[in-house]
Design a protein around this ligand. Structure first.
Ligand SMILES: C[S@@+](CC[C@H](N)C(=O)[O-])C[C@H]1O[C@@H](n2cnc3c(N)ncnc32)[C@H](O)[C@@H]1O
Length: 310
């Protein structure tokens, strides 16, 4: 593993909304380069505890070294979709705060040899967890039908030429192995007038494949209610997302908790009797400042949402 590079996004804002205090117990559901974890550890001090998890063993290996001076840090290899099991199996107390910074780290994009970037020739793997026996991007491209690939590209990548790209892929007489092969197919499939925008299409297609390979939306759906249930009353849940589908998922989940009532809208009055379970702390999603974006372009699409359990 080369140096694990990742500049944390919205760090100041995450700390503001998570509001960790000395002696508290916090879960970082996405360790990555450990940027959030380290700051949280400093704040909770030696009377507090932090549990940080990741699917990526490189992230854990890196933090095992870079954060080794913190004796109150527990590192766990696992999927945040199973946060309840992970917290329980480490005998970690009910957390005062949980944070998830979704998607991939800069290391995974640029250095990890995962095939997540179209700008390097690498094997089309795309899994966060390369130690698992799960299907990678090559498997998906080979085994999904043209219709299924079209849906993945348009739902998760919002790519206008999804159908043409899926069609070109399925016309191939052989299996794809490298990122550069996929990039070539994308370029070939685009109509002539938009071929010069191949990098934009490639970015969307690579994102879509990564989301599908890692079941990112399914994981988030499982994570949100489990993370919320774990929190102590008054505890906070903070989610940083980088694409609209994830942000929508967090927004809808938070709105449901804040509303309480689950009666159909056409009911003239509430009959379910359910009361709000959380207070929304971010009426609108929080974005990165111009200054942060100028220093770290990754911040451009970041959106932070936070709630507090009642
Ligand atoms: C944006 S990075 C986190 C960066 C981190 N906040 C920091 O400051 O360095 C996202 C991390 O989440 C991990 N990840 C993605 N999906 C996951 C999941 N379902 N469970 C656990 N970790 C996941 C990725 O492997 C990646 O390391």
């Amino acid at each position: 593993m080369s140096d694990y590079q990742h500049v944390p996004v919205l760090l100041k804002e995450v700390l503001f909304y998570l509001n960790p205090k000395p002696g508290q117990n916090i879960v970082d559901a996405t360790l990555g380069g450990g940027g959030y974890t380290e700051e949280i550890l400093q704040i909770v001090g030696n009377k507090g505890k932090v549990l940080a998890m990741d699917l990526d063993k490189d992230a854990l290996e890196n933090a095992g070294k870079s954060l080794s001076k913190f004796k109150n840090l527990t590192l766990a290899h696992g999927n945040f979709a199973r946060i309840d099991h992970i917290v329980k199996s480490h005998n970690f107390p009910a957390p005062d705060g949980v944070v998830a910074d979704l998607g991939l780290s800069s290391y995974e994009l640029d250095q990890g040899g995962r095939g997540m970037s179209f700008q390097k020739q690498e094997i089309l793997d795309m899994r966060f967890d390369q130690s698992a026996e799960t299907e990678d991007a090559r498997w998906l491209l080979k085994n999904k039908s043209e219709k299924e690939l079209t849906k993945i590209f348009s739902d998760y990548g919002e790519e206008k030429f999804s159908r043409q790209i899926a069609e070109k892929l399925k016309q191939l007489g052989h299996d794809l192995k490298y990122t550069t092969d996929l990039y070539q197919i994308i370029t070939d499939a685009l109509p002539k007038p938009v071929k010069h925008k191949a990098n934009d299409s490639a970015r969307r297609i690579f994102q879509a494949l990564r989301i599908a390979v890692n079941h990112e939306l399914e994981n988030l759906e499982a994570f949100l209610p489990k993370a919320f249930d774990l929190l102590v009353p008054g505890g906070r849940l903070v989610v940083v997302s980088f694409q609209s589908l994830e942000d929508r998922q967090a927004k809808q989940f938070f709105n449901g908790l804040a509303k309480g009532c689950v009666c159909p809208v056409e009911f003239p009055q509430c009959v379910c009797g359910q009361t709000p379970r959380a207070k929304i702390l971010t009426k609108k999603p929080v974005s990165a400042s111009e200054l942060e974006i100028s220093r770290n372009p990754r911040g451009k699409s970041a959106k932070l949402r936070a709630i507090q359990k009642i």
